[in-house]
Design a protein. Structure first.
Length: 277
């Protein structure tokens, strides 16, 4: 496994590797969700590249960026175990060199939900992923369904900018109690951690209503909201029943849709989602 830190080293490392190349962009603090993406990349490709970069431009809260967990030694050990070929772990100035002055702004699909709750977040995501796609030239890139809107934003960006990297979404990996794995889970107190599976229960409550034939967006949003409100530690940021293609809120669910929610426990903000249909 080669660990490279500069654009030039990355270019050298990639020069002679066999294709197809699979890319797994991460912010580190790797867990089994990231491992699943790496394993899928290894299964589909001749060469797998993992990037580890806590991207300052996608954090809309400075404290979230400074407190984001980091442990490069542990991340590299996981990459080695998983058979990664190249790890790109650059410093900030290697991704955004002096004079860097471009933003990638994706349109409608980046506006609601996380886009509304975290101003500037998807600009930061689309910009860094465009740089990584351009640097690596991978045939395939792997992202988690846990960040469902992120997958849609990146697909839109890659299509519009004619970047020939295919975006592949992989299922959300969960703890046995249903909590989606997330690097941010490390910030939860034991009490908050015990309460956090309420996100999954809220999604399942709404899905059950949908399976029973309920099609009203308000009823499904209400099912999520009332489940979350039963947990005193949970503070709702949003609950959503949105069109699966546009992410616009739905009055009635008549086709593919996405249930999603964002909830705070103390200073930790968690998101999760469940596709319908
Ligand atoms: P992050 O390091 O949190 O930016 O995540 C890097 C990639 O891993 C993104 O594509 C995430 O959607 C994905 N990911 C994070 N958590 C999970 C999970 N629990 N299951 C599957 N993929 C995940």
């Amino acid at each position: 496994m080669r660990v490279v830190r500069t654009r030039a080293e990355l270019r050298d490392a990639l020069a002679s590797v066999p294709h197809p190349i699979g890319l797994v962009p991460t912010m580190g603090w790797l867990h089994d969700g990231h491992r699943a993406l790496i394993q899928r990349s290894r299964a589909d490709n001749q060469t797998s590249v993992v990037t580890i970069f806590v991207n300052p431009r996608q954090f809309n809260e400075a404290s979230d960026y400074t407190q984001y967990p980091r442990n490069e030694a542990a991340d590299l050990a996981i990459c080695e175990t998983e058979g990664v070929d190249i790890v790109f772990a650059p410093p900030v100035e290697e991704v955004y060199p002096p004079g860097f002055d471009t933003k990638v702004v994706v349109g409608a699909v980046a506006q609601p939900l996380e886009g509304a709750a975290r101003p500037g977040h998807f600009e930061g995501v689309a910009t860094v992923v465009a740089i990584l796609f351009s640097l690596v030239g991978a045939e395939h890139a792997y992202f988690g369904q846990k960040d469902a809107q992120q997958v849609m934003v990146i697909r839109q960006m890659a299509r519009d900018l004619a970047i020939g990297t295919e975006v592949i979404a992989c299922p959300t990996v969960r703890e046995p109690d249903g909590l989606a794995l997330s690097s941010r889970n490390v910030h939860l107190t034991p009490e908050e951690r015990a309460a956090a599976p309420i996100l999954r229960r809220a999604l399942i409550a709404a899905r059950s209503q949908w399976e029973a034939g309920k099609r009203s967006g308000d009823a499904l949003r209400g099912a999520m909201r009332s489940t979350l409100e039963s947990e005193p530690l949970a503070r709702i940021d949003y609950v959503s029943v949105a069109d699966g293609a546009t992410l616009q809120e739905l009055e009635f669910v008549n086709g593919p849709a996405l249930l999603s929610l964002a909830v705070r426990f103390g200073s930790t903000r968690l998101i999760d989602n469940e596709p319908l249909g």
